[in-house]
Design a protein around this ligand. Structure first.
Ligand code: NAP
Length: 286
């Protein structure tokens, strides 16, 4: 175990509950491996205690934070500044203390895109995307994809109003590239034939509902890559089916690692060894 001191820089994960978080294992292994005098600690905090706990932690040698459910929105009011993308998304998952000021970022969408680009050996710019699911994760991913230059984005959600609101926000605040698709088989089929990448941003297929498929198999085609945000199980039914049909696939676990890698870079100014982060979580690198 390394010797911590008053000089050790702290990175704090704020959330509730945090009993199952694997982020400390990932970051602390890398701090150790790269000989960086940092320590990553999870701190469970209730909604009502968030302002007091955050203010107290700011008095310590804290260089950054991760923020997870349920504080990603509430934390924004406590920060000195927001990165423009985090402001548009309306949620913060990473905070960096820069010259004594707390700056909020959202690295979820960018983490997803970086893993997708690495896995498919491609660039998101100019691509046509179908995003099924406009909850918190779908929102962050679509907004980041729009800001990264996606050509066209089809947004589809069981509750249609959420997709409509999101598309309107993207078109007004980022770029006019989003349109909504009704959650019906025939409408989805039409849009999917014109797509390069399909993203499942719903929770369908997640443990213990392994048998669930977010779309029917005959809507998939081999000219379209398929990405799943669900990472438990690692190979969802959607991914197994897509691979069998010849579609390139992107698993959900890479987003977890790459959003963490972006935070690591913000806190330390150093590029992380990403493969080591996958290994710390006992996950494959692709
Ligand atoms: P969320 O805000 O609760 O959104 C859930 C989404 O799933 C909504 O779009 C919801 O549609 C849709 N949905 C749920 N049940 C459905 C059903 N039976 N039929 C059709 N649509 C259904 O959750 P989230 O935070 O966005 O997370 C979504 C998924 O992404 C989860 O599986 C989560 O584990 C995963 N995720 C992965 C990572 C990663 O690092 N890989 C990070 C974040 C999230 P309605 O709006 O109609 O309810």
């Amino acid at each position: 175990m390394r010797a911590y001191s008053i000089h050790t820089k702290l990175v704090i994960l704020l959330g509730n509950p945090l009993g199952h978080t694997r982020s400390p294992a990932m970051h602390n292994r890398l701090f150790e491996k790269m000989d960086l005098d940092y320590l990553y600690l999870p701190v469970e905090v209730s909604n009502e205690d968030l302002p007091t706990v955050f203010a107290g932690l700011r008095k310590m040698n804290v260089t950054g934070f991760n923020v997870t459910i349920p504080h990603k929105i509430a934390i924004m009011d406590l920060l000195d500044a927001l990165d423009p993308l985090a402001e548009v998304i309306g949620a913060v998952n990473t905070i960096c203390i820069e010259d004594g000021r707390s700056i909020g970022y959202n690295t979820d969408g960018e983490g997803f895109i970086q893993f997708l680009e690495a896995t498919l050996d491609t660039n998101i710019t100019g691509k046509r995307l179908f995003i099924l699911g406009c909850g918190g994760a779908g929102r962050g991913i679509s907004m980041t994809m729009a800001s990264r230059g996606a050509a066209r984005m089809f947004l589809c959600n069981r509750t249609a109003s959420k997709a409509e609101t999101l598309a309107a926000e993207i078109n007004a605040k980022i770029r006019p590239c989003a349109e909504t698709i009704p959650h019906s088989r025939s409408e989805m089929r039409k849009a999917l034939t014109a797509c390069d990448i399909f993203v499942n941003a719903t929770s369908l297929g997640m443990h213990p509902h392994h048998e669930e498929m977010p779309i029917e198999a005959d809507l998939l085609h081999p000219y379209m890559a398929v990405a799943d945000l669900v990472y438990n199980p690692l190979m969802t039914r959607l991914l197994t089916t897509s691979r069998r049909l010849g579609c390139p696939i992107v698993k959900g676990h890479g987003m977890l690692v790459h959003q963490g890698a972006l935070g690591f870079r913000l806190w330390t100014g150093v590029d992380p060894i990403i493969d080591e982060m996958f290994q710390a979580l006992n996950l494959p690198v692709n």
